[in-house]
Ligand binder design. Structure first.
Ligand SMILES: Nc1ncnc2c1ncn2[C@@H]1O[C@H](COP(=O)(O)OP(=O)(O)OP(=O)(O)O)[C@@H](O)[C@H]1O
Ligand SMILES: [Mg+2]
Length: 639
């Protein structure tokens, strides 16, 4: 393994002593172990019990958002009764959907005035992730774009044709330069294309889709948006409420991820008329509807809750949607979600005019999904791949440790105690294991909490909040939390159980360890491995080779001879497609082949190209051409 200094791991952890902790404990805390943990610098675990009344009367939200195989993904069940009454006890405003956002008033001109208080909350929280010292590493990967026009990536936000208010918001976010997925996606969306965007974990895909969509609409909201109440003065919620008619719809598979995307949308929509909302299962339906009733131009939603709202025309209409964005698209295009996604993509009163763009994003995108995805997209859609699809970033240092199942608890404890305390995410394979491992750590005096889909939504939100704040810096999680979550200073991901090779384990492995080392930060991923994980062995070994990590002896036998070939894990290659990503153009018959391998973004690329580049407003109305080209480059010339 490449060296990772662990000395600094503890620094980001605040010295918090009054944390809350969820009450799922059995057994008794081992006092001697508590002393040891404390001597090693871990904050003391705290137990927190919701009031007894709640604990007994609430129906558990046994309805996750489906990333764990076998977990019920209907994220609406139990909500109206259980969660609503719970909400009345849970302090209003603590739910993620209630988070503060910029409220537009009719008297504002084109841009609203600043609000110092909101700015502080939106942009200055110490828990917001910031670019790390290895940010440059993000820009050295190979970029492959399949499109009908030659790509012209942007090299900064200021001159990219982004709405000036949004440029200011990007500055407040402290984004100094676009990441590669942003550099390519932003001009492609601004010029009217549908997108498949694939880039490594933690490389800024959320902003890549939010920035151009928000920018395109920012100046036009007055014209395009539905009627909305004037929230200034004596706003009467009963009489003046409206139905939500969003212009931007974002669908993501888990509740926590939706809330996180909503947070980023709140930042980027600041001082604009665009009002973001979030809707997700397990949260109180009535309160979410009350938020929609105030006007909603950008809606982030889990599929189950979205379908529920779609079936209530007085609550939600999709007839104005200009951008539908599917985050973690490979997960949502999976057969498990087919019924929901078919309805969402083509059902209800969705806007079927040609001005409706579709954007699909993920860090993993199996080849077999290309055809399926293409059904939803325009012929001139742009497929952007930053790095090998499904690859792990080199900023993640990895180690694989042989651990028999009956030694895993001890090994986990030893590992945690042997390193400086740090925010650590421990992945297990089942909900039961999550409870047991959390219990074990807690009883051993370590500040852990856990999250999985059998927990009430309040408890899920609380667990994540405790993890983020450092109250409970160890979070034990199932695969529900593998995708998308962006928590500052997650320094260590531990695969207590590796995912199962039979259940999309390769992709899950990539997403799981991608919870650390995000946006140029460093991080460590440790995986416990034994005979039962042999299905994962060839894949993991190739990942280790690809990212230049050392290979443990027990994996030596899986080390491939010659060039790495990941098609074994992703076999469904389309007929006629070329294996090498650099030459894999869909149906391309050499139309733009001459453009391959040129350097982009260097000022004269456009002139040299045989096809016009993106960047103007011409894309949407350009005639559809017969062929697509594949354009590759590394590194991105502009950086
Ligand atoms: N240009 C930028 N400069 C600095 N930080 C950025 C930039 N773009 C995004 N970020 C930050 O990087 C972090 C990771 O971004 P994001 O969650 O969008 O990654 P992602 O590519 O969607 O990862 P995943 O595949 O895990 O979902 C976020 O905290 C985000 O605010
Ligand atoms: Mg993401």
């Amino acid at each position: 393994m490449t060296d990772l200094s662990v000395n600094g791991l503890a620094e980001p952890l605040p010295d918090i002593t009054n944390g809350n902790h969820l009450g799922y404990r059995s057994g008794r805390m081992n006092e001697a172990a508590l002393k040891v943990a404390s001597e090693h610098g871990w904050v003391a675990p705290k137990s927190y019990k919701y009031d007894a009344d709640q604990a007994t009367t609430e129906t558990p939200a046994s309805n996750g958002d489906g990333l764990d195989s076998g977990e019920n993904k209907d994220d609406n069940a139990t909500v109206e009764t259980g969660a609503t009454s719970r909400a009345s006890k849970f302090a209003p405003g603590n739910w993620a959907h209630d988070a503060g956002r910029y409220e537009w008033k009719e008297e504002y001109g084109d841009v609203g005035p600043r609000s110092e208080k909101l700015e502080e909350e939106l942009f200055n929280s110490k828990f917001i992730n910031r670019a790390g010292g290895n940010f440059k590493n993000l820009t050295t990967v190979k970029v492959i774009v399949e499109s009908q026009k030659r790509p012209a990536p942007i090299s900064d936000f200021e001159t990219a044709g982004i709405h000036p208010v949004l440029v200011e918001n990007i500055k407040l976010c402290e984004y100094q330069m676009p990441t590669p997925i942003q550099a390519y996606t932003i001009p492609a969306v601004l010029s009217g294309h549908d997108i498949i965007g694939v880039a490594q974990t933690g490389s800024g895909k959320t902003a890549a889709f939010l920035i151009p969509c928000i920018s395109k609409l920012m100046g036009k909201v007055k014209k395009l948006a539905a009627r909305r109440p004037n929230l200034a003065g004596n706003f009467d919620a009963e009489r003046e409420r409206v139905r939500a008619e969003p212009l931007i719809l974002i669908v993501a598979p888990t509740r926590e991820l939706c809330c996180q995307i909503f947070d980023e949308a709140r930042r980027l929509c600041y001082r604009s008329m665009l009002r973001p909302c979030v809707a997700y299962g397990g949260g109180p339906m009535r309160e979410q509807i009350a938020q929609l009733n105030l006007g909603c131009d950008l809606l982030v939603a889990t599929p189950g809750r979205l379908l529920d709202f779609m079936s209530r025309p007085e609550v939600l209409s999709l007839s104005r949607v200009r951008y539908t964005i599917i985050d973690e698209a490979d997960e949502l295009l999976h057969d498990d979600w087919e019924t929901e996604m078919t309805k969402i993509m083509s059902g209800g009163d969705a806007n079927t005019d040609g001005d409706h763009r579709y954007l699909l994003f993920s860090a993993t995108f199996p080849k077999r999904l290309k055809k399926l995805a293409a059904k939803f997209l325009d012929n001139d859609h742009v497929h952007i791949s930053i790095g090998r699809t499904g690859s792990v970033h080199i900023n993640v240092k990895q180690q694989i440790i042989w651990t028999e199942n009956n030694h895993k608890n001890q090994a986990l404890y030893d590992l945690l105690i042997s390193m400086p305390p740090s925010r650590t995410l421990v992945f297990v394979r089942s909900k039961k294991s999550a409870d047991l491992v959390d219990d074990y750590l807690f009883n051993m005096g370590l500040p852990s909490t856990s999250i999985h889909s059998d927990r009430l939504q309040i408890e899920r939100e609380d667990a994540l909040r405790s993890f983020k704040t450092g109250d409970a810096p160890i979070l034990v999680a199932t695969g529900v939390s593998a995708r998308g979550l962006d928590v500052k200073h997650v320094m260590h991901v531990i695969n207590y159980d590796l995912p199962s090779a039979e259940h999309d384990g390769f992709n899950e492995f990539v997403h799981r360890i991608g919870r650390t080392a995000r946006i140029g930060n460093e991080g460590l991923a440790t995986s416990f491995y034994n005979d039962r994980d042999s299905g994962m062995a060839p894949f993991i070994t190739k990942i280790l080779v690809e990212t230049n990590q050392s290979i443990p002896e027990f994996l030596e036998q899986y080390k491939p001879e010659g060039a790495l070939n990941f098609d074994e894990e992703d076999p469904d290659v389309e007929d006629g497609a070329v294996e090498d990503e650099g030459g894999d153009a869909w149906g391309a018959k050499g139309g733009a082949a001459g453009a391959s391998d040129d350097a982009w973004g260097n000022g004269n690329a456009t002139a040299a190209a045989s096809e016009p580049a993106w960047g103007g407003e011409t894309g949407a109305s350009a005639p559809v051409e017969e062929t697509r080209g594949t354009y590759t480059s590394t590194p991105v010339a502009a950086w």
